[in-house]
Structures are given as structure tokens and as C-alpha cells.
Design a binder for this molecule. Structure first.
Ligand code: ES4
Ligand code: ZN
Length: 326
């Protein structure tokens, strides 16, 4: 209907997208064949049937397994191209994309292969779609800080082509404090800092991300709502939250879309945004996430417009580019 058309046409920035999580089963099977990688699935239907999760770790196990088909710079470029083509159809004008180098270096893929393939996709998106894009290197928090430092050092030749660093993977038991030194080094190198916090982890992890990692943006942040003091701080500081409604539903962070707190976040004065997280695994790209949240919570055009506006306000865009989008 009319609201769906409004959502589709609404210019958006996407701020929380794991490129490995945009690997559709069709491309996974094609790359498995091209690279002669064995998968535990024989058909696209078998792959999709495996996507039933009751918590973050269920998803991560299958997500790391799927990423094993990515081996060459062309594979990473094809993955990025497929995402940007799909994002363009959803009126995405700017995308800040997470990638997990450790998932690939652990399999013997040099970080330069990953970087060059993804940077080629970003450049191609600018030429083909007029989408501006940037890359955020994420450290896997289930690994130790020394491994994060080794990854940061390996990325040294490409630091001027990165927007920032992030922190993802298994949250519980891996608090932000574990990565305080490597985040300080990234900040000293002039990089932006973001971290997943408060997806499954407690409000204290959100506070650590702010105080110990000095994040410029917060990924998810749902459980911050449990602390009125923390909500007041996030609102006062105009901290952007990159919220992912379909991800929250699939990973049981919320019980149902009609229980999603997205409108409560806006009412509390938080700079919430809507994003797709891992669209190939969670059942939708960014416009699908806006539609699901709108249907679940009865969001009107004003709220949807605010969410899209917030996505540009929260982006790491130069001032001159930002004003073009507002
Ligand atoms: C992720 Cl939803 C989510 N949370 C934490 N780490 C991730 N990596 C990819 N998707
Ligand atoms: Zn995420």
C-alpha cells in the first residue's frame, strides 16, 4: 500500500550491516561450487531451513560456517556488489558496512584479499548507484585482545580507507572492557569507534562501551532501556543507536514485532535508526525492516521520516555531504 511505497522511496543510510550477513544462499552455493568448498547443505532450501535461531550464538555458528565459501578478492567484491545492488533498490544512499577480517584470516585468507575485494565493491557502488559507502573493521569479541591487535596491525596499510572499527560476535561473557586498549589505539589512529552492546548483554556493557571504548555510535543498545539513567545519558549525548528489528525478532531479543521498543526509543528522545544487520539470515533488507517495524508498532510517516533522518545524522559523513541528505 501507500505506506510501503513511502518506505521504499524514503532516502536512507544503512549503519548496521555485516557484509558476511548479506550472503544469500544462492550466492553461497555458487561460490561453494566455484571454490570447491564443501557445505553441509545441498540446496538453497536446505540452507534456508537451517536459519532458525533462538539466540545470537545459534546464528553466529551458522554465519561463520557460511562465510567459508569466500576465498578470493572477486568473491568479496561479488558479495559487496550483491548488497549494494539490493540496497540501491531500497533507496539506500549511504552505507557503512561491517566486515569481520578474523573470520577470514583464521581460514588462511590474507586480510588484503578481503580489503581489496570490499573496497572495489564500495567504489563500484559509487559509480553504478551513486551510493557512498565506507568500511568498519570489526573485532570478534569471543577472541582475545591480542588477536584484535594483530588484526589491527595487519590492517595498517588500509587504515586510511577505513571509516572505523567495531566490535561484534558473542556478547555475553565478552564485555567491552576486554578491548579498551585496541579501541584506544584505533582512536589514536583517527578512526571512528562503534560497538555492539546491549543486544544480549546487560546495560553495564553499554556503559562500558561509552566509558571504556569511547564509542561514537552504539550498535543495537536495546537493553539500555532497562536503565533510566543510561537512557538519559544517551539522549543528552545524542548517541545514535543502530537498531535492527528483524534481527531482534529472529534472535529472540524481542518476543514479537508488536513488542519492539523502536517507538519507545524515539519517544524517549533517543537517536534510533533502522538497519538490517544480517539480511540474508534474518529475512529482510532495510526497507523490509522499516515495513516490519511500521506494521508491528503502527509507525506513521513522521516517525519513519525521523528514523531515516536519524540514519544520516548518525552517519560518519562530512558536514558538506550530510546537508545534502537532510
Ligand atoms: C551479529 Cl546480530 C550480531 N550480533 C553480534 N555479532 C554479529 N555478527 C554478525 N551479526
Ligand atoms: Zn550486528
Amino acid at each position: 500500500p501507500a505506506l510501503d511505497r513511502f518506505i521504499l522511496a524514503l532516502p536512507k543510510a544503512e549503519l548496521h550491516l555485516h557484509i558476511e550477513g548479506s550472503l544469500e544462499p544462492e550466492l553461497m552455493m555458487a561460490l561453494a561450487r566455484r571454490n570447491r568448498v564443501d557445505l553441509p547443505f545441498r540446496t538453497v532450501e536446505e540452507v534456508r531451513a537451517a536459519y532458525q535461531f533462538s539466540r545470537l550464538q545459534d546464528f553466529l555458528d551458522i554465519y561463520y560456517q557460511g562465510a567459508a565459501v569466500l576465498r578470493t578478492a572477486e568473491d568479496f567484491r561479488d558479495l559487496g556488489r550483491a548488497y549494494f545492488d539490493r540496497a540501491a533498490a531500497d533507496s539506500v544512499r549511504h552505507a557503512e558496512i561491517f566486515f569481520d577480517p578474523q573470520t577470514h584470516t583464521a581460514r588462511g585468507i590474507p586480510i588484503g584479499i578481503v580489503m581489496e575485494g570490499l573496497l572495489a565493491a564500495v567504489e563500484e557502488a559509487r559509480v553504478r548507484h551513486g551510493i557512498t559507502g565506507g568500511l568498519i573493521l570489526c573485532f570478534l569479541r569471543h577472541l582475545d585482545e591480542e588477536e584484535a591487535f594483530a588484526t589491527f596491525r595487519a590492517a595498517e596499510p588500509w587504515l586510511d580507507r577505513l571509516l572505523g572499527v567495531g566490535l561484534d560476535s558473542s556478547e555475553l561473557g565478552h564485555p567491552p572492557a576486554k578491548f579498551a586498549r585496541v579501541f584506544a589505539a584505533a582512536g589514536a589512529a583517527g578512526l571512528k569507534r562503534v560497538a555492539h552492546a546491549g543486544e544480549e548483554g546487560p546495560p553495564a556493557y553499554v556503559t562500558e562501551a561509552l566509558d571504556l571504548l569511547q564509542v561514537d555510535r552504539l550498535d543495537h543498545g536495546n537493553r539500555a532501556l532497562e536503565s533510566p539513567e543510561l537512557v538519559a545519558r544517551l539522549a543528552r549525548d545524542a548517541m545514535t543507536l543502530t537498531v535492527c528489528p528483524l534481527s531482534n525478532l529472529k534472535l529472540c531479543v524481542v518476543d514479537a514485532m508488536d513488542a519492539h521498543p523502536i517507538d519507545r526509543m524515539l519517544a524517549l528522545g533517543l537517536r534510533a535508526t533502522i538497519n538490517s544487520d544480517d539480511p540474508a539470515y534474518f529475512g529482510g533488507y532495510v526497507a523490509d525492516n522499516y515495513r516490519a517495524a511500521a506494521a508491528g508498532r503502527g509507525l506513521d510517516r513522521a516517525a519513519l521520516g525521523q528514523l531515516a533522518r536519524n540514519s544520516f545524522l548518525g552517519a560518519f559523513l562530512p558536514e558538506a555531504d550530510l546537508v545534502q541528505h537532510l
